[in-house]
Design a protein around this ligand. Sequence first.
Ligand SMILES: NC(=O)c1ccc[n+]([C@@H]2O[C@H](COP(=O)([O-])OP(=O)(O)OC[C@H]3O[C@@H](n4cnc5c(N)ncnc54)[C@H](O)[C@@H]3O)[C@@H](O)[C@H]2O)c1
Length: 315
Amino acid sequence: MKRILVTGAFGLVGSDLVAELQKKHGSDNVIALGRQTIDSNFQGILEQGDVRDYAAMEALVKKYDVGTIYHLAGLLSVGGEKQPDLAWDVNVNGLKNILDLAKAYQIKVFWPSSIAAFGPTTPKQNVPQHTSLEPSTIYGVSKVTGELLCQYYFRRYGVDVRSLRYPGLNGYKAAPGDGTTEYAIHIFYGLIENNTYECFLKEDARLPMMYMDDAIKGTIALMEAPSEKISVRTSYNFAAISFTPAELVAEIKKIAPNFQVSYKPDARQQIAESWPQTIDDSQARKDWAWQEEFDLSKMTQALYEGVKTKLAQGK
Ligand SMILES: NC(=O)c1ccc[n+]([C@@H]2O[C@H](COP(=O)([O-])OP(=O)(O)OC[C@H]3O[C@@H](n4cnc5c(N)ncnc54)[C@H](O)[C@@H]3O)[C@@H](O)[C@H]2O)c1
């Protein structure tokens, strides 16, 4: 078979996605591309490089006979605001490199957009698939640009590129970053390490979220769906659960009744307020049968057990 290249392979999403793709297709068929963050325990084919370097990416495509790219490398909401020029360069020019390679070598591409593509003029509840996209962060601006670029490459060049607007994703395999929704992962480290957590969002900041296993399952289902089922070539609305920090804390207290949480909102609260609270993803459910498995309670159990085991193993 032609091989699968995953960029951003050692990030939060990549760590779970690479493991699942290896399970499905065999370790010899999955190439994990990292830049700086590399997992020293990684088992499989590992390459290091920068997605902005077209020649280096092309060399990888030729070396491994790549037929599919899951392009996850990028800067996120908080990192993007710290370095807007870099965020544009990596997120937009990096994606364009991947799409140009896809066009030249008939490669199928997955690239995630985000709820950050939405902005203050987007409805807050049940955001429809086609809606106002006026984001306030450079991250969101790069995602809207990327969505349009994907649709353009599909219409103009027939590139089979597929995309999901990921909500806040909660997994434990990789260390959480400083993203706006990632309080929902950090909180479990606070719980297990010292039974306290200071939350950087307000207690009523409701955001669309998803457990990582569901995100990986949905990503692979989208990529495996027959092409004629894909009616959205910008990026699909993609949702599972929506909750506030207070609701998550109430769920955690069922496991740890004495857990102490305080709230000290920082700049991420403004970012959270510019995003919607709930998303209408009926198009994804209709086109390729998207269905999540994890509700808030199941996600809380899974994250608690996952982070506890990880910390006990000293990882
Ligand atoms: N995590 C979420 O909740 C979430 C939500 C919405 C969308 N997404 C999207 O999913 C994708 C993956 O997100 P993540 O949470 O795994 O991010 P992450 O920050 O954990 O990982 C991104 C990886 O990209 C790598 N990278 C950065 N610049 C690079 C470059 N120039 N060349 C090669 N690699 C580079 C980084 O080293 C990092 O390991 C991103 O496109 C992100 O926008 C994530």
